[in-house]
Write a protein that binds this ligand. Structure first.
Ligand code: FE2
Length: 191
């Protein structure tokens, strides 16, 4: 379930908004200049190849990219693989990559075809935690302070849109703010 939780940047315990209502989430994000959209999710996305997923979403991708702004469109996917003894280390490494506050020179545009991940947007005096699930499209504007948590058991498929090949590179602020906020796992278990 898509979830939005809004907290002051200085006090994560003071939850101002917590909602799973898509319309409210879209309105709260739009009010802050953040693009959020829903595309119908494919039920068996996990069993679908990346090429077939891109083909399935070709029309919507083309519509989103009608200006030709995004030169590189690909799919990032990670699924639990408990049969692989390396999986815990792979999961930990993947998760820690973007767990600290950073920004990018271009918009970070992601469509979640399946699974979930949480973007934390640090907008001035507040932090918005947006748990995206299959069907959610989120665009984090260039320069926006944010971090991303895929949880202790990473499992998602995301279409990524880049203007430059290295558009995913993060400029890390060195601020430890993310440590004071609930993780994705904690957000999902909170009532
Ligand atoms: Fe990022």
């Amino acid at each position: 379930m898509t979830l939005l939780q809004v907290m002051p940047a200085g006090n994560a315990a003071d939850v101002r908004v917590r909602t799973t209502d898509d319309a409210v989430i879209a309105a709260e994000l739009a009010a802050r200049g953040i693009t959020f959209d829903r595309w119908p999710a494919l039920v068996d996305a996990t069993a679908t190849s990346s090429d077939d997923l891109l083909a399935h979403y070709a029309d919507r991708v083309a519509q989103l990219n009608d200006s030709g702004r995004y030169k590189h469109i690909d799919i990032a996917r990670i699924h639990p693989d408990d049969a692989n003894p390396e999986w815990p280390a792979i999961a930990k490494g993947a998760r820690e990559k973007f767990l600290n506050e950073h920004r990018h020179a271009e918009d970070e545009v992601r469509y979640f075809a399946a699974g979930r991940g949480c973007f934390y947007l640090h907008l001035g005096e507040e932090v918005l935690a947006v748990v995206c699930e299959g069907g959610d499209l989120l665009s984090v504007p260039a320069g926006t302070l944010h971090w991303f948590d895929m949880g202790t058991r990473p499992d998602f498929i995301a279409i990524r849109f880049f203007e430059e090949e290295d558009g995913w590179v993060g400029d890390f602020t060195g601020d430890r703010i993310s440590e004071g906020f609930p993780t994705l796992d904690e957000l999902l278990t909170a009532s």
